[in-house]
Ligand binder design. Sequence first.
Ligand code: ADP
Length: 499
Amino acid sequence: MPHDHPGVQLLLLSGLAIYWLIPLSSWWMLRGDGNRNARLWFLGTGLYSLVATMFVFGKWLPPLMAAPLMASLGLLSVFMMLASLQREVPRVKAIPYRGYWAGAVLEYVLMSALYVGQVALPHMYALHLGLISLAEIALIVQANRVRQQHQSQAMWILIATFMAFALTNLVRVMELLLTGHFSSLLDFTVTSNASLIVNYLSVIFYCYGYWGFVVEKSRRQLVLATKETVQAQANERLALHREELSQDLLRERMKWMEQLTAIGKLAQSGALSATIAHEVNQPLAAIQLNIEESQRMAQDSQAPAPMQQLLKRIEHDNQRVAQIVQRVRWMFSGQPSPMQSQILDDLVQVVLQLHAQRLSREQVQLHLDLQAKRPFQFAPGEIEHVLMNLLDNALDALQSVPSQARHITLHTWCETNTLCLSVADNGPGIPEALRDSIFELLGTSKTTGMGVGLWLARYIAERHGGTLTLDEHNTTGARFVLRIPQRPLTDAPILRTKD
Ligand code: ADP
């Protein structure tokens, strides 16, 4: 078939279109992907398309542009693919780009010189084919390294394609050197259509092979990234777990320290109170003796009645102080207390009488619901002290409420073997910051407060084998609930001698 036959022309042109389309569309698809090596590869293959185009239209090109330029551009395109593969294997030092440029320019100069001088043209072609075969062999070696490095199966396609190229070219060099001419099948002229078609097909292989490599590589990266993410998540979970453990340990330690501090405070304050009570006891006894002596003298000298009354009152007050001191000694000395029995509601009435003045002065409305008509056993003065403290706190809390709206509700009731009492007010409630520590020693929100009252009240309740709690479900103001067994159990601290 003559080479200018329209069928041949159509075949050449459509082949050329494929030659351009595959590398350039690949190059275009990879834009913005950050994969510089892949773009370099497809740029190199695109350059090869240019060489193929020049080959087809070679007869219209000026001679110097045709052979030497085509040869050096062909070499440069293989160099670009080689450079791209070299950069896929970090352990191999890549040849700098300018080395490749220099090689291509050198070939152009050499080929042009030979061409211009018309010296040994077949040898000029043999030289070019030899050079390009060497570049292709280097590319095969490099493709094999990439295959190993990235465990890429697709690289086999590139290796096979370039082996075919290198073999063809080497065979042609040998043939030329031996016979002085190319055989028509292997001759790259427009008429050797078969070799041209093979050449056209090769673009499909080396672009297809390279795409396979791109897919394999990104799949591996994805797998690696997923593994890393999973590992990172596992590490994060481990770190969180460790953090939680150390937080737990820290909390546990804080709790222990708080408990130790509380125990320390309790021991100190108990010991202090017992010591003071012990020390004060003797002067109090002396004062009592002096009062009695003064009373006797006042009677003997018939002192005026007001003075005698005054002495009586002093004696009365002194006896009260002595009783308080005695109670403190019982409370903290570790000795069992004497017990007394009284109906709870009666005891409430006694305490209310002591508070009657303050209640009316501060215009507090008292709501009584007394339903504990049973007697119970307690250390003298101690339960009264608890109730007085609860009432005092409620009255203090009501200071911030308008006087016409102040309410205190006192409720007593019986449960099996237990007597219960609650004191509720409609004040501002327990300050949030104190909620967890109001029963602790020295926990106070008052400028003049000491933070001893509730601690002591709970201490007394527990001494009797009972409880004193804050009602957590109460929504307005504060409500405290005291529960005391009707008769303290034998192991209640109040009945035990401390070691
Ligand atoms: P003090 O009265 O000396 O401060 P307490 O142990 O009796 O010591 O009370 C501790 C703290 O508990 C008080 O400072 C107060 O903040 C809070 N509190 C006790 N009772 C009430 C109440 N009824 N309403 C509001 N806060 C209260």
